[in-house]
Design a protein around this ligand. Structure first.
Ligand SMILES: Cc1cc2nc3c(=O)[nH]c(=O)nc-3n(C[C@H](O)[C@H](O)[C@H](O)COP(=O)(O)OP(=O)(O)OC[C@H]3O[C@@H](n4cnc5c(N)ncnc54)[C@H](O)[C@@H]3O)c2cc1C
Length: 349
């Protein structure tokens, strides 16, 4: 389809520095999955969003309002009946709907509705986010690095590396005060093959702080409202699959709700069915992220070896890399999540 024609970089492997002397080991061999879904297409976000908007516009009843912020819910007799909105030029209005889907991320206003009850998990890190130039001779794909009290992931975006450095939560100010040169030294120790270019980073202004959160609503719905994606379950960057989950939630919601929406009768039972379908995947993925936080992120950021013992880390890596079947599990998980979602037949063109 059109997605294959977007400018893209195809990633077929996820690598971590878990080998002898921190050599890179492939822990997710996506290329081994069955074609045509045997790669991650890294595409510019703008192109992907434009593609989604263009395809959606082919639906006769679809309309997209850009630069329009939902400011509050419309309520009638305890039911959400739409939203109030404000445009970037200050106009305000109301939009009414049979069902309002909150897919507005972890800052969603739906999360403040008390009956949805937000459950927060402790999260040991925040992320610094910056770019470095990429050379053709560099490794390809997603590459992780472990340094002294420091974890990094670099994402192959073709001409540049999108770099994420995980730092202990709340340590941004202190670390910045230690100076950019200190950070560059720490970073190159973690990713030695990038040591020839961190000076492309000229000031702290090029390093953004991203707040990392991990939490989940106990209920994703109330009459007239359904939360999906980060609005229902804010994901950590660990494994890089939060976007997959958000898209899978939307696909599952479409499949469960297409019938009731056509009949104009979306009941609590229908939205409950979406949560019942998606909750296990979100809960399992967040449980794995919490294990990774506790066993890898937290110890490394505190200056201890991951998994508490280098030999145990080695055994786990050996198991993942030597067994062709176990090697496919992380790849399958990166590609499809815990449960594979299929779109409703009516939406497949
Ligand atoms: C540091 C960091 C790095 C990450 N890296 C990755 C990664 O590499 N890969 C990955 O898969 N996941 C990653 N994640 C997780 C991922 O970002 C989320 O899980 C994913 O973006 C959730 O998608 P979403 O559509 O639910 O929400 P979002 O992507 O947050 O999208 C919400 C949208 O709603 C809009 N919006 C918000 N409020 C309103 C409003 N009031 N009215 C109208 N619109 C509104 C926003 O502008 C935004 O466009 C990372 C997370 C963090 C914190």
């Amino acid at each position: 389809g059109r997605s294959a024609r977007l400018p893209q970089r195809r990633v077929t492997a996820v690598q971590l520095p878990l080998g002898p002397d921190r050599s890179l080991v492939t822990v997710g061999n996506i290329g081994a999955l069955r074609a045509p879904y045997n790669y991650i297409a890294m595409v510019p976000q703008r192109d992907l969003l434009n593609l989604l908007a263009d395809e959606a516009r082919l639906e006769p009843s679809f309309s997209l309002r850009m630069s329009t912020e939902a400011t509050s819910f419309l309520m009638e007799r305890g039911r959400v009946t739409g939203v109030r909105y404000r445009t970037s030029d200050g106009r305000t209005g109301e939009l009414r709907a049979t069902l309002t889907v909150a897919c507005d991320g972890r800052g969603s206003s739906a999360r403040s509705l008390p009956e949805l009850r937000l459950r927060k998990f402790t999260c040991p890190m925040d992320a610094w986010w910056f770019r470095l130039p990429r050379h053709e001779s560099d490794p390809r794909g997603l590459v992780g690095g472990i340094g002294d009290r420091f974890l990094t992931v670099v994402i192959d975006r073709g001409e540049y590396w999108q770099c994420a450095a995980l730092i202990p939560k709340g340590s941004d100010g202190r670390r910045r005060a230690a100076g950019l040169d200190r950070f560059i030294a720490d970073f190159t120790a973690a990713v030695p093959w990038l040591a020839d270019r961190p000076h492309a980073l000229r000031s702290w202004d090029e390093v953004k702080l991203l707040d990392v959160r991990l939490d989940r609503l106990r209920r994703w719905h109330r009459p007239g409202l359904l939360c999906i994606g980060d609005a229902a379950h804010a994901m950590s960057p660990v494994f890089g699959i939060g976007i997959n989950l958000a898209v899978e939630d939307a696909v599952a919601a479409a499949r469960y709700l297409v019938g009731p929406l056509r009949e104009g009768t979306v009941g609590l039972r229908d939205v409950r069915a979406v949560q019942r379908r998606r909750w296990p995947t979100a809960a399992l993925t967040q449980a794995l992220q919490r294990i990774a936080h506790a066993r890898v992120v937290e110890p490394v950021l505190a200056g201890r070896p991951p998994f508490g013992d280098p030999r145990r880390a080695r055994r786990i890596t050996d198991l993942l890399t030597t067994s062709p079947w176990l090697n496919r599990v992380p790849a399958y998980f990166f590609a499809y999540g815990a449960v594979r979602e299929h779109p409703p037949t009516a939406s497949v063109r």
